[in-house]
Write a protein that binds this ligand. Structure first.
Ligand SMILES: [Zn+2]
Length: 373
């Protein structure tokens, strides 16, 4: 029902009291009738509009009131204003689902209710592990390099000296983007299977000497199990300069592992094969769980399979064939040499935190993840 602003001739205390009580009731009735956001705006303006809103009209009446009634009138007016403003500010809240539905809250605020807790996010354990390892190399003067996750066959394989029939090119291992049969093989897109393409991309942009560490996600067509995930994280490194030797590789990685796992760990290198390094090695660290004894009390140590050693990364001296692909940017294999290494951040996080299933890292269960918060 529309409310018409009073016009007083009698300014007695009782009339003022009743007049303002009526205005307050009219406001409450009007508010209950509001059903939509559009109606709400009309209602709000009806009462609050600076120009000709009900409160403004009552204020005009106040100006006309006789001197002796001003004090009492003013008190009622202020009270009504505060009431209207606080009701409009506090009792109406529009739902946030975009429906424009009005959520009317007629209960007063219960100040004894606990506040709404907004949890602060935390670093994911794999990212945390990756960042910690990256920092170890940053302290050694390495800078962080980055590259695309969707790569071409050229950067992922060819320029890294993968011969055409190398088993790693098999679609069993690699996730290719579909519908590219018309393209030349080197231009076909795939999800990078390692962070190594960033080595080539960086050497194309930067002349030697170079020291980079490359963290990032990689993908392989591995079925998910306790130790495999089709998506996982690598940390890769590359150092190129004149006269870099295998001794530099060993010294750098031995230092990095002591910095990361603690000064008591030992490192051991065993011959291996990677297409992009020659010679290649796998590096083991002495088991930081059992201290290298292979036993935890009377129990066998599972993470190191009782050997006292844990395989942690692959490494080697950059194959001269790889430098041939970036020769024009100062990487003449007769003049420069370098070493490269790569490790799995997820695997290191599993070992470091004693987690027995890699899937837990990627299921997004907050109860699991908040242990690192
Ligand atoms: Zn062990």
């Amino acid at each position: 029902m529309a409310y018409t602003v009073f016009k007083l001739t009698d300014y007695s205390a009782s009339t003022l009291l009743k007049t303002f009580a009526d205005a307050k009731l009219a406001f409450g009735d009007g508010m209950r009738e509001v059903k939509s956001e559009a109606e709400w705006k009309v209602f709000r303006d009806l009462w609050m509009a600076r120009k000709n809103g009900i409160l403004t009209q009552i204020n005009d009446q106040f100006k006309k009131a006789p001197k002796e009634a001003k004090r009492e009138f003013g008190q009622h007016l202020n009270e009504l204003k505060q009431y209207v403003e606080s009701e409009i500010d506090g009792r109406h809240k529009f739902s946030e689902d975009g429906s424009g539905q009005l959520a009317v809250q007629f209960e007063s605020v219960d100040i004894s209710l606990p506040g709404v807790r907004r949890p602060i996010g935390a670093e994911h354990p794999v990212i945390k592990t990756s960042n910690e390892m990256v920092r170890v190399f940053q302290k050694l003067g390495y800078s962080v390099a980055d590259g695309p996750v969707v790569e071409t066959d050229y950067y992922n394989f060819e320029a890294l000296n993968f011969p055409p029939n190398h088993p790693a090119r098999d679609t069993q291992d690699t996730l290719f983007i579909s519908g590219q049969e018309g393209k030349a093989q080197r231009e076909r897109l795939l999800l990078r299977t390692h962070t190594s393409p960033v080595q080539i991309r960086t050497m194309e942009k930067m002349r030697p000497p170079i020291r980079i560490v490359i963290p990032g996600t990689v993908h392989r067509n591995d079925p998910a199990d306790a130790s495999h995930s089709p998506m996982f994280h690598q940390i890769e490194g590359l150092a190129v300069d004149t006269n870099i030797t295998f001794g530099d590789l060993k010294g750098t990685l031995d230092h990095a592992m002591k910095e990361f796992f603690g000064s008591s760990v030992k490192t051991s290198f065993r011959p291996s094969f990677f297409p992009f390094t020659e010679p290649s090695a796998e590096m083991f660290v002495s088991c930081f769980i059992c201290g290298g004894s292979g036993k935890r009390g009377a129990e066998p140590c599972r993470p190191c399979k009782q050997t006292g050693w844990i395989e942690i990364l692959g490494c080697g001296m950059v194959d001269p064939n790889v430098f041939e692909f970036v020769k024009d940017n100062g990487y003449d294999p007769r003049k420069v040499s370098g070493f490269a290494f790569g490790m799995g951040a997820d695997r290191i996080a599993l070992l470091k935190y004693g987690v027995d299933d890699i899937q837990l890292f990627f299921q997004g269960d907050v109860r699991f993840l908040q242990q690192w918060a």
